[in-house]
Design a protein around this ligand. Structure first.
Ligand code: NAD
Length: 505
């Protein structure tokens, strides 16, 4: 075992192309596998946000004048650099967040697809044209907004920032990223790769910090649009405050995703999918399948093997220090979060649920101070229980038993959230009924984690999303641009110099 994990990583802000080391207060960044501090992130406030926004504002005129094909070329180079640094970036995600290397790779592929999507910006920005009357042409043009900002959560340190800034910048905007203070290091690596790709100074800026830096973004008069991903209470705050200050906001919130298992479901495939959906990334996914609703005989057919599969999940450190034994699952993000997950599970037992696979006491021998919770299954969960209503965001699967699909849809639709939902069945009729009636923006049919890819919008509903235009896909392009519609009629000249009168010289 090496001692690399004890070295502090630098975590500067990036303002106007220059790396700026923290001058004031800092917050600790942990390696959740071991509980060690691995970096100190600047706790920035309005001064740093103002510096970044002003730099982005100065960079905007030249950047918006840069043709879309040239802007795209920078993202082709950026994509190449991200791919060349793939292993280093994955190692960073595993170390600061706790994802296994396999999970980190998966998240980085999703991120790469967003860069690839942004590379298509010359086509994506093309407008429409039509002759609307005799001799009158109409054309639509998509123009950038100006300075845009992104505020990101801890659970995907690199992927979620990549949902935002490649398309925003490719559209001709300049950008200020405020990463999660719990996982700031991946963003620093992306900032350096953008510089290496030749992005002009000031077009992309990073300011680390917590609430004070976010509030400064929300009220800064030069910020035109804010893309946010995080928990629902904060998403609502961002949406309400940002829009009150005249900004466009897209704010993705938390989730509670149901997976309905019909009695005719393919048992081994469903167990595999449920296990991945509930325990993948230690349950720290907004698309985690955190509640299985079994219909009729499905519980008896499924549960014994599902419990065995959960008990077989090996937890361990993911920080690259012990590569010979890559675990199936890593830690959760902080000690406080581990304690909350454990508390919610304990509370469910006191409210009448049955813990049939118990990960509360999980320990990892070579990392006694890591933040671990083992895979947990709570059976006989009822809607009134706290664990049924709150987002647990840990490796915990609730099981609810129901008699028919109608009751399952009715129950799932009572949730305040509406991010994802899935059904496992061989019946086309049941799948269609579910698809039509379920109150969720992303639906899986025999797909446990129906998270959308870069070319489709990430379509959360209800408290899982505040705003109008979702992140990713064409909606993402629309969010970061404003349309201009030009109607043109050419009139015959009346004098010999008429053709030249529009020229200044
Ligand atoms: P969080 O809401 O605590 O933090 C998100 C961001 O907001 C961070 O950058 C943080 O610094 C900032 N922030 C936190 N509290 C704030 C406050 N009071 N005022 C202003 N800013 C504040 O979320 P998290 O714990 O980092 O991430 C997990 C959450 O994100 C989960 O609820 C998960 O479901 C959600 N999430 C949603 C999606 C989606 O697409 N819907 C994707 C990933 C994660």
């Amino acid at each position: 075992m090496t001692t690399n994990s004890t070295l502090l990583s630098p975590c500067p802000n990036l303002i106007d192309g220059a790396w700026v080391d923290p001058k004031g207060a800092t917050s600790d960044v942990f390696n959740p596998s071991t509980g060690e501090v691995i970096a100190h992130a600047p706790v920035s406030g309005s001064a740093e946000i103002n510096d970044a926004v002003e730099a982005a504002s100065r960079a905007f005129p030249a950047w918006r004048e840069t043709p879309a094909v040239e802007r795209a070329r920078i993202f082709f180079r950026f994509r190449q650099l991200v791919e060349a640094s793939f292993d280093r970036l994955c190692a960073c995600v595993s170390r600061e967040h706790g994802k296994t290397l396999v999970e980190a790779r998966g998240s980085l592929f999703r991120g790469l697809e967003n860069i690839e999507y942004a590379c298509g910006i010359p086509s994506l920005l093309m407008g429409d044209t039509l002759e609307i009357a005799r001799g009158v042409d109409c054309e639509s043009i998509h123009q950038p907004l100006g300075v845009c900002a992104g505020i990101t959560p801890f659970n995907f340190p690199i992927m979620v920032p990549l949902w935002m800034f490649p398309v925003a910048i490719a559209c001709g905007n300049t950008f200020v990223l405020k990463p999660s203070e719990k996982v700031p290091l991946g963003a620093v690596m992306l900032g350096q790769l953008l510089k290496d790709a030749g992005l002009p100074d000031g077009v992309f800026n990073i300011v680390h910090g917590g609430r004070a830096s976010v509030d400064a973004i929300l009220t800064h008069p030069k910020v035109r649009a804010i893309s946010f991903v995080g928990s629902s209470p904060v998403a609502r705050h961002i949406y309400e405050t940002g829009t009150r200050h005249g900004k466009r906001v897209q704010a993705n919130g938390g989730a509670k995703n149901y997976i309905v298992v019909m009695p005719d479901a393919n048992v081994p495939k469903t167990i595999e999918a449920l296990s991945t959906a509930a325990f993948g990334c230690a349950g720290e996914r907004c698309m985690a399948g955190s509640t299985a609703i079994t219909i009729g005989a499905a519980a008896a057919r499924l549960l014994p093997d599902l419990v065995q599969a959960a008990k077989a999940i090996r937890i361990g450190r993911t920080d690259g220090e012990n590569l010979t034994t890559q675990p199936d699952m890593g830690p959760v993000i902080t000690a406080a979060h581990r304690d909350r997950v454990v508390e919610l599970v304990s509370q469910s037992a006191s409210e009448g649920a049955k813990i049939v696979c118990d990960g509360r006491g999980a320990r990892v021998q070579d990392a006694p101070k890591g933040f671990y919770v083992g895979a947990t299954i709570v059976d006989e969960v009822a809607h009134e229980m706290t664990i049924a209503r709150e987002e647990v965001f840990g490796p915990v699967l609730n099981v609810m038993r129901m008699d028919d699909l109608d009751s399952a849809i009715e129950l799932a639709n009572r949730s305040q959230y509406g991010n994802g939902a899935a059904i496992f069945t061989q019946s086309g009729g049941a799948a269609r009924e579910f698809k039509q009636r379920i109150k969720a923006g992303m639906v899986g049919i025999n797909v446990g984690v129906p998270a959308t890819m870069a070319m489709f919008p990430f379509t959360g509903w209800d408290d899982s999303f505040y705003g109008d235009l979702h992140i990713q896909g064409r909606e993402g392009v629309q969010f970061f641009t404003q349309q201009k519609v030009v109607s043109t009629r050419w009139l015959g000249g009346t004098g010999p110099d008429a053709a030249d009168v529009w020229r200044k010289e």
